[in-house]
Design a binder for this molecule. Structure first.
Ligand SMILES: *Cc1c(COP(=O)(O)O)cnc(C)c1O
Length: 356
């Protein structure tokens, strides 16, 4: 669709581009940023000062509430380029809705739709050279909102900044991922903020994940906080199990993030007549299935890696290996999703969003 950038977004172009300093064949995920960023301030009850400006540091008071009480939410999305130079996003409306859902839970103001999409269109056009064509290449988009009111009283901020950064990314190969099913730590609890992309959810995972790493595992699979029996989340991904030919994933609740990749996989499974169940799945069921040879696959699903197959899991100090499959569901879903994202195949679900 043809999009008019709202007048209230002012654009300050960078004098020179840094793109020539970047080695696009050796990108570390999320470590290099494009020439421009978007910034907008919430003050006196409204969003103002919307601008696209050169990427650079911010000046923020050390007393800003974000540093003390963690009022911060974010999103993760991607832009893709096809062989004709067309630029696409994948279901961006869902990211927009989700950051506002996260914001409401953190007592933060919602961000207006026209500014969100206006900012994305303006930035992706200005920095379009940062999106490389070719399967696996993308521009990772990181919108986030932070509390900027000065003062260390524990109450919601009355000032916020909404920022969008763009970071070029290559195919994200996670290698052989071995995981531990968590038996002690939790990432989220009933009534908490697990369903929100709230910054603190991630900081809290680093320590248990480090402990897992020391033992030779890359990730922790989060279980319910009561019994550590129901399998729920994989760090920054949702998690799927394949028992015989049936795909299973946990239902969304207030501990689980409503992933866009997750719901796209479920839709694809339905369209491809792959048996699938959205229900709670327990550690004992998965262990039993593994023993009987019925556990075929476990994989994570999320924007960064799309689909990330898991090769082994550990529970009660015992490690269980997964078979190596020729025609895995993981590979099938990844291929199908990427064909839609890169404008290679048709898009029967209307997920592709052309940036014009
Ligand atoms: C972002 C995220 C996901 C994946 O969501 P997508 O919309 O598919 O990128 C899953 N779980 C958690 C905890 C996340 O933060």
């Amino acid at each position: 669709m043809n999009f008019t950038i709202p007048q209230e977004i002012t654009i300050h172009k960078a004098d020179t581009s840094r793109i020539h300093e970047v080695d696009f064949s050796a990108l570390q995920f999320g470590s290099v940023f494009s020439d421009h960023m978007f910034s907008c301030d919430f003050e006196d009850g409204t969003w103002k000062n919307a601008q696209v400006l050169p990427y650079g540091p911010l000046t923020i008071s050390p007393a800003a509430k974000v540093f003390h009480y963690g009022q911060a939410v974010f999103e993760g999305m991607k832009a893709f380029k096809d062989e004709n130079g067309g630029i696409f996003m994948f279901r961006p409306e869902d990211n927009f809705n989700r950051i506002n859902k996260s914001a409401v839970r953190m007592a933060m103001p919602e961000f207006p739709r026209e500014l969100f999409f206006g900012a994305l269109h303006a930035m992706l056009k200005l920095d379009s050279d940062w999106i490389k064509p070719g399967l696996g290449n993308s521009l990772y988009i990181r919108p986030f909102s932070i509390a900027t009111q000065v003062g260390v009283s524990a109450s919601p901020s009355n000032k916020y900044k909404f920022i969008i950064l763009l970071s070029p990314a290559q195919a994200y190969y996670t290698g052989d991922v071995k995981v531990i099913f968590s038996q002690q730590f939790s990432r989220a609890a009933d009534g908490g903020v697990g369903f929100a992309k709230a910054a603190g959810n991630y900081g809290a995972q680093f320590y248990p994940t480090n402990l897992a790493r020391e033992r030779g595992f890359q990730q922790v699979i989060w279980t319910d906080s009561h019994q550590h029996e129901y399998l729920e989340e994989a760090g920054t991904m949702n998690i799927f199990f394949r028992l015989n030919d049936t795909l299973i994933t946990a239902p969304n609740n207030d501990r689980i993030l409503d992933g866009i990749t997750r719901k796209s996989v479920l839709k694809l499974a339905e369209a491809m007549n792959i048996p699938h169940e959205v229900r709670r799945i327990t550690v004992s069921e998965v262990k039993q299935a593994q023993t009987k040879g019925e556990l075929k696959e476990i994989f994570g699903a999320g924007t960064a890696a799309v689909i990330s197959p898991i090769s082994a899991f550990s529970h009660d100090e015992k490690t269980y290996e997964l078979p190596k499959l020729e025609n895995s569901y993981a590979a099938t879903f990844k291929k199908r999703l990427m064909e839609i994202q890169y404008n290679i195949s048709d898009d029967p679900f209307g997920w592709r969003y052309k940036v014009e």
